[in-house]
Ligand binder design. Structure first.
Ligand code: AVI
Length: 328
């Protein structure tokens, strides 16, 4: 494994408080529409709850994308060809990554993640499954250009970004990421990206508010995490999980809604909320064929092929890096 020694990605104060977490929470709670970035969901508890969400009957994206990778593996492999270095943006899923790697005969696998522990554990598991494949994890924030290991410098690259995680970003951030991916992967790279599709509102709302209450626990865990880590006293039982469909933006929004008037302290700062007021915690954008094409184009990628699951709930798009041009 090749992680830079001493690489310090999380900035903590003397009490071990993650300073970026505290800054985001304090700034977000001071906004007129309170909001906290979704990336703070994923502490150990939240990561486990997300894994549990993917097992819920209502949460179709993981099963639909796995179906695509299984059913269309031959066509996907044909277009990608053998010998590419697969660069995964994120630590890799225990199911989807092996499906892709077994389908395409890659020359190396390079997972990028800011969460080093998670990265090391998933890389070790992968290396065991694919004994002949060089596995070269890089601990890095992939929202910016990442320096890839020298071993893959001259190999053609395939970026892999499954799960429709791109949908958790607003268009501006998603575009920035797609551009950074081009810079990380270099000329003539390919990108295989999962993009969830617009569909019946009831199906979407159920996927983000499952009957077993796992997504509700995932959302509320953010408040528990603030209490655990930021010296806070948020009355978690006074909040309810809510999933909303925002049609103009074609996205599911998750909110934490105050059931009654509440006041609480976070890191010495006092906040108050009225009953019904919410903290906006996540966007999950859904795409059409057209909107996915537009977003990819804005980020410098041209779709080459597109697959959906049988029920047309989810899409996997293979795109090619395009040099910038100003003429039509
Ligand atoms: C990680 N991401 C793609 C998930 C989604 O569907 O937007 C996160 C999630 N939030 C609630 N359920 C799942």
């Amino acid at each position: 494994m090749t992680t830079a020694p001493g690489l310090q990605l999380v900035n903590r104060d003397a009490d071990g408080v993650d300073l970026a977490f505290r800054a985001d929470v304090l700034a977000g709670l001071a906004e007129p529409q309170k909001a906290i970035p979704a990336r703070w969901f994923y502490d150990d508890e939240g990561s486990q709850l997300f894994e549990d969400i993917t097992q819920q009957p209502e949460y179709y994206p993981t099963r639909a994308e796995t179906e695509i990778l299984t059913q269309h593996s031959a066509a996907i492999a044909d277009l990608i060809g053998p010998g590419r270095a697969v660069v995964e943006f994120g630590s890799g899923s225990s199911v989807k990554t092996p499906l892709l790697l077994s389908a395409i005969a890659p020359s190396a696998y390079v997972p990028l993640d800011i969460a080093g522990d998670f990265l090391r554990a998933s890389s070790a598991a992968l290396a065991e499954k694919f004994p002949g494949l060089p596995v070269l994890p890089v601990e890095a924030d992939f929202m910016r250009r990442v320096e890839l290991p020298a071993e893959v410098a001259d190999l053609p690259k395939l970026g892999f970004f499954p799960g429709s995680t791109i949908g958790n970003m607003i268009a501006r951030t998603a575009t920035d990421l797609l551009r950074s991916m081009r810079e990380t992967l270099g000329e003539s790279a390919l990108l295989l990206i999962g993009m969830d599709l617009v569909k019946d509102e009831d199906v979407l709302l159920a996927a983000y508010d499952d009957a077993a209450g796992v997504t509700a626990r995932f959302n509320l865990n953010l408040l528990e995490r603030i209490n655990r880590e930021l010296d806070a006293d948020i009355p978690v039982a006074s909040f309810a999980h809510e999933a909303r469909w925002n049609d103009p933006f074609a996205r599911i929004e998750m909110h934490l809604v105050a059931r009654e008037d509440v006041s609480f302290t976070v890191s010495g700062q006092r906040f108050a909320m009225r009953a019904g007021e919410s903290i906006h915690t996540e966007n999950s954008h859904k795409f059409t064929k057209r909107s996915s094409q537009q977003l990819l184009a804005a980020g410098g990628w041209e779709p080459r092929a597109r697959w959906t699951d049988e029920a047309k709930r989810f899409s996997l798009v293979l795109a090619e890096s395009r040099p910038p041009r100003s003429a039509p």
